[in-house]
Design a protein around this ligand. Structure first.
Ligand code: FMN
Length: 202
């Protein structure tokens, strides 16, 4: 019987293990493995969590895209630390990634923006993410106006307030569910250039 734990090798680094499990989930499930919970912290120290999509893992950085002026963007500018949580149900695996977040380069944000479907690009232009709106209709109206403005124009410029963040992991935990038994938790903690490894009680 398939055991996701068998794909995991604690002698290898966390990114290699992450990518192997991520790819396996893609094969086994119709649910997108890049769906992750992103937690940030408000000025008051209150946690704030929402789903975003992981777009790349580059070297060992976890990259996602959003609006820099959104609630999460404002929170990250005040406190640039975040926590990501993945849960891959078919694999019975949870991965938690915690670390410091910085913006990706402008070139990187623009390059990714160009790959997005046109409607998503227009959505990014129109939506002042996290701001209170008058009504949904007012947003639709704005979309019509912006779509008209860019009609016939092939490329839509990436708004200044939209782009990527990269999370540089400090700690990564792999949790493997064990049916009716004790679950397994493997933790990597960064120490300079090295990863310290430990297990925790479930
Ligand atoms: C499946 C799914 C994927 C999402 N992906 C993103 C994303 O990649 N970037 C993003 O800004 N918001 C994404 N969202 C919307 C966020 O969950 C959230 O509503 C939005 O970013 C505003 O969050 P904030 O007000 O806390 O900043 C996604 C939501 C869902 C349910």
């Amino acid at each position: 019987m398939f055991q996701s734990r068998d794909l995991f090798d604690f002698n290898k680094g966390p990114i290699e293990n992450f990518l192997r499990l991520f790819d396996e989930h893609k094969k086994r499930s119709s649910i997108d493995p890049s769906v992750m919970t992103l937690s940030t912290v408000s000025k008051m120290g209150h946690p704030n969590a929402r789903i975003v999509l992981l777009k790349h893992v580059e070297q060992d950085k976890f990259i996602f895209f959003t609006n820099y002026e959104s609630t999460k963007g404002k929170e990250l500018s005040l406190n640039p630390f975040a926590h990501l949580v993945f849960y891959w149900h078919e694999m019975y695996v949870q991965v938690r990634v915690e670390g410091e977040v910085t913006k990706t380069s402008r070139a990187n944000s623009e390059a990714y923006f160009r790959t997005r479907p046109r409607l998503s690009q227009l959505g990014a232009v129109v939506s002042q993410q996290s701001e209170i709106i008058e009504s949904y209709e007012s947003l639709q109206k704005k979309l019509e106006i912006v779509a008209e403005k860019y009609h016939g124009q092939e490329s839509i410029p990436c708004p200044e307030y939209w782009g990527g963040y990269q999370l540089f992991p400090q700690n990564i935990e792999f949790w493997f569910g064990v049916e009716g038994r004790l679950h397994q938790r493997y933790i990597y903690g960064r120490s300079g250039q090295k990863w310290l490894k430990m297990m925790k009680s479930p």
